[in-house]
Design a protein around this ligand. Structure first.
Ligand SMILES: *Cc1c(COP(=O)(O)O)cnc(C)c1O
Length: 222
């Protein structure tokens, strides 16, 4: 094998983080996505830098990736983006992770695990507004949110969606997705809405190109 390496300038990383923070209203409103080993840059190293800099949380795709960060003593909230298997629920609770919630099956498994361990299970409800990859459909989102906010042991801390095509400026599909998400937000009873700490929809491209995706109600603390 040909040896390869990456040199990452941490001051450049901090510079970019500050730029993102400036666009979204502060570092405390940033969730840093470091899936796939931080896109090949080293998730553990990046996770520690982001933690020191004060981001709100991290996100990865799988339970394994999240456990690797916990074993590196990263204590931040970690959102696991895949929908999870019910058999993973006890580990999600044990490691204090946040589940991206797409199905009632995963919700019930998390509630049972929370009850068994006497610790909360945390979730952000993931709505599929058009990426058609992960998430609960628009038509079922409110029902899942209602269950997630009423089931014992479960702390539903947020709701979010993911833009499929944010990296073009003239992009009507992104506008449509934002509109679908805004409509769902508008239908959530205010008592439930007030308990949701995180409402998010902006990936990197959206932070750079779509100011409307980082404004209320789409990003950060309500
Ligand atoms: C990968 C991913 C992100 C981050 O996307 P970037 O383009 O790296 O900013 C955000 N949200 C979800 C659901 C993702 O899967």
């Amino acid at each position: 094998m040909t040896p390869v390496w990456i040199e990452l300038d941490l001051s450049a990383l901090r510079h970019n983080l500050k730029w993102v923070a400036g666009r979204v209203g502060g570092i405390g409103r940033v969730w840093a996505v470091i899936k796939a080993n931080g896109y090949g840059h080293g998730a553990r190293e990046l996770g520690k830098v982001f933690e020191r800099e004060g981001v709100a949380g991290l996100a990865v795709v799988s339970l394994e990736e999240a456990v690797e960060l916990r074993e590196a003593r990263v204590r931040l909230p970690i959102l696991v983006l895949n929908p999870g298997f019910p058999a993973e629920a006890p580990w999600m609770v044990r490691y204090g992770l946040v589940q991206s919630l797409s199905t009632p099956e995963m919700l019930y498994a998390l509630s049972r695990a929370a009850h068994a361990q006497g610790r909360p299970a945390r979730v952000h409800v993931k709505v599929d507004t058009g990426m058609t990859r992960l998430g609960v459909s628009v038509g079922r989102a409110l029902e899942l949110l209602d269950r997630a906010t009423s089931l014992p042991g479960v702390e539903c801390q947020g709701i979010f969606s993911h833009l499929a095509t944010a990296d073009g400026i003239q992009n009507r599909f992104a506008v449509e997705q934002l509109e679908r998400f805004r409509r769902i937000w508008g239908q959530i009873p205010s008592g439930v809405r007030n308990r949701l700490e995180w409402v998010h929809m902006a990936n990197s491209a959206a932070v750079a190109l779509w100011p409307q995706a980082v404004r209320k109600p789409f990003s950060g603390v309500r």
